[in-house]
Design a protein around this ligand. Structure first.
Ligand code: GLN
Length: 269
């Protein structure tokens, strides 16, 4: 069995319980304009980020604030653009609608670039890679993605790529909708795994690590399921913001800020 990582994500893990308590109520945790302490600015100077803060270490709630890699990257971009960041926490499913209706400017949520999403929004250059992995109980008979086809119940987060792949038909590499149970967020999917309501959870690798650290008796299968690119979602008609965000991201990559932020939350294997 793989040695567990040192609790680098202790802070993230510690608050998983409170996230679990939040359940499906995607948003009560914090619709916190985190910048309001600096005083109200006019609408034009505020950069509104839509996210689902139940996805450690990318975004999670700590001391009533949304923190994590995405929150810090967005903060750095806002600073670079001379804007004030406001973070709106919502269900993952609501992020793209928030962007298309102009309720939010940027969607930053460990969001994978997919062809389907590109029909509705633009994506910035990628800032991170995600891998879909499979969490199982330590004594599970599931040892590879192929085993999911054996009449298993798969827990996923509603509207995520893990959900989309798994619910697809077997001809397309999925397992069929009847084998998939969708939960409002990762914490509730993992709860269902612990109580035996599902046989495994398919989710992105970094949140998977955080959940396994926090919950006894679970492990991540070594086989990678799908590798993906994370990027920032922006309204299709907001070409100007897309260019600005890409320019900021390039600067943050260039000057090492991006890597520093990632290293703060993710320790090397
Ligand atoms: N990367 C996955 C997706 O884009 C999951 C993101 C998330 O749950 N925040 O669907």
């Amino acid at each position: 069995m793989k040695m567990k990582k040192i609790l680098a994500l202790a802070a993230a893990a510690a608050m998983m319980l409170s996230l679990a308590a939040c359940g499906s109520n995607g948003g009560s945790a914090a619709d916190n304009g985190q910048s309001s302490a600096e005083g109200e600015t006019s609408g034009d100077d505020v950069l509104i980020m839509a996210t689902n803060a139940a996805f450690p270490p990318y975004e999670y709630v700590e001391n009533n604030e949304v923190v994590g890699i995405d929150a810090e990257i967005a903060q750095a971009i806002a600073e670079d653009l001379g804007m004030t960041l406001q973070i709106d926490d919502m269900d993952f499913d609501s992020i793209i609608p928030a962007i298309t209706t102009g309720k939010a400017d940027i969607g930053v949520a460990g969001m994978t670039v997919t062809e389907e999403r590109l029909q509705n929004v633009s994506f910035s250059d990628s800032y991170a890679t995600g891998v879909q992995v499979i969490i199982v109980p330590e004594d599970s008979d599931i040892t590879s993605p192929d085993d999911l086809a054996n009449d298993k119940m798969i827990g996923v987060q509603q509207g995520t790529t893990g959900h989309i792949y798994c619910a697809d038909t077997p001809e397309n590499g999925g397992f069929g909708e009847e084998h998939v149970a969708a939960f409002p967020n990762g914490a509730s999917a993992v709860e269902a795994l612990k109580t035996g309501k599902v046989d495994c959870v398919v989710i992105d690798n970094e949140p998977a690590k955080a959940f396994v650290e926090q919950n006894e008796g679970l492990k991540i299968l070594d086989t990678e399921f799908v590798v993906e690119d994370y990027a920032i979602a922006i309204a299709k008609d907001n070409e100007e913001l897309l260019e600005k965000v890409n320019a900021s991201l390039a600067k943050l990559k260039e000057d090492g800020t991006l890597q520093q932020i990632i290293d703060k939350y993710i320790t090397a294997e």
